[in-house]
Design a protein around this ligand. Structure first.
Ligand code: B12
Length: 221
């Protein structure tokens, strides 16, 4: 198979949620010398975008979204070690979770992989994380940055709730806060009082690094 044929097949098989085939094609692509980024950005992510578009049109339902998501997650497990640097110096600690009421974790996992690749120590507190969970994890891990992911317009307000509770617990000055997820915008991030927002994983890494620099500069001031 040519690289283009592999990408096309990966797109199609992710769309129909054929997890074993997506896994096989991902491994084949890597063996054939394709980059993990090409597999991710030229096949897997566009395919999930198409899944979302079909769901919106009423052509796909929740089970279809679920199996496509599972197929993508399987491929991410293969790509994770390839995207992550080994033995890199730790840039900072990043605590990440999907907010309460929300089970979408693919976007979050992707950001985590890229952050690990950039040298961050990532602590993932999973999905459906309420304020208590974020606060307990901040106290336990002392992160530099806390990331919150939300994929539903109905769960986005949890950013504000979490930030309010983190502030009440006296922890707001100890951490930088980043938010993201499909429906989130820079305007929304500003409204809830987050320090950073990114609409994709590579930008998330860039912003996280910028925030770390600011943090170091203010610590030295
Ligand atoms: C797969 C999927 C599911 C799967 C999730 C599986 C999983 N393990 O994640 C399942 C089937 C469980 C699901 C369920 C539902 N879903 Co759904 N789902 C999707 C779908 C198709 C893909 C989401 C995804 O993973 N995308 C891939 C990643 C890579 O997306 P991404 O946005 O590019 O991610 C980047 C950024 O967002 C950013 N980012 C993400 N997190 C963070 C965090 C930080 C800190 C930063 C800085 C950046 C950042 O970086 C990421 C990587 O580049 C989307 C469609 C879409 N277009 O998003 C709908 C979608 C999100 N779902 C939707 C809906 C409505 C639902 C349900 C309510 C359906 C129902 N009736 O039950 C339920 C809700 C369940 C719940 N309580 O959470 C709607 C949301 C509409 C809205 N605006 O609120 C969408 C948009 C579909 C649609 N077009 O209508 N879903």
């Amino acid at each position: 198979m040519t690289h283009d044929e592999i990408l096309k097949a990966l797109f199609d098989e992710t769309l129909v949620g054929n997890a074993p085939e997506v896994l096989r094609l991902t491994e084949l692509g890597i063996a054939e010398g394709m980059t993990p980024s090409a597999i991710l950005f030229d096949a897997l992510i566009p395919s999930l975008e198409e899944v979302g578009a079909r769901f919106e049109r009423g052509d796909f339902f929740v089970p279809e979204m679920l199996i496509s998501g599972k197929a993508m997650s399987g491929a991410l497990n293969v790509l994770r070690p390839l995207l992550a640097l080994t033995g890199a110096e730790t840039v900072g600690t990043f605590l990440m979770g999907t907010v309460k009421g929300d089970v979408h974790d693919i976007g979050k996992n992707l950001v985590n992989i890229m952050l690990e690749g950039a040298g961050f120590n990532v602590i993932d507190i999973g999905v459906q994380a309420g304020p208590e969970k974020f606060i307990a994890a901040i106290n336990e891990h002392n992160p530099d940055i806390v990331g919150m992911s939300a994929f539903l317009t109905t769960t986005m307000p949890m950013f504000k709730v979490n930030i309010h509770e983190i502030t009440k617990a006296g922890l707001r000055d100890k951490v930088m806060i980043m938010v993201g997820g499909a429906p989130v915008t820079q305007e929304y991030a500003d409204v809830v009082g987050a320090d950073g927002f990114a609409s994709d994983a590579s930008t998330a890494v860039r912003i996280a690094k910028d925030l770390m620099q600011k943090r170091r500069a203010s610590a030295n001031a």
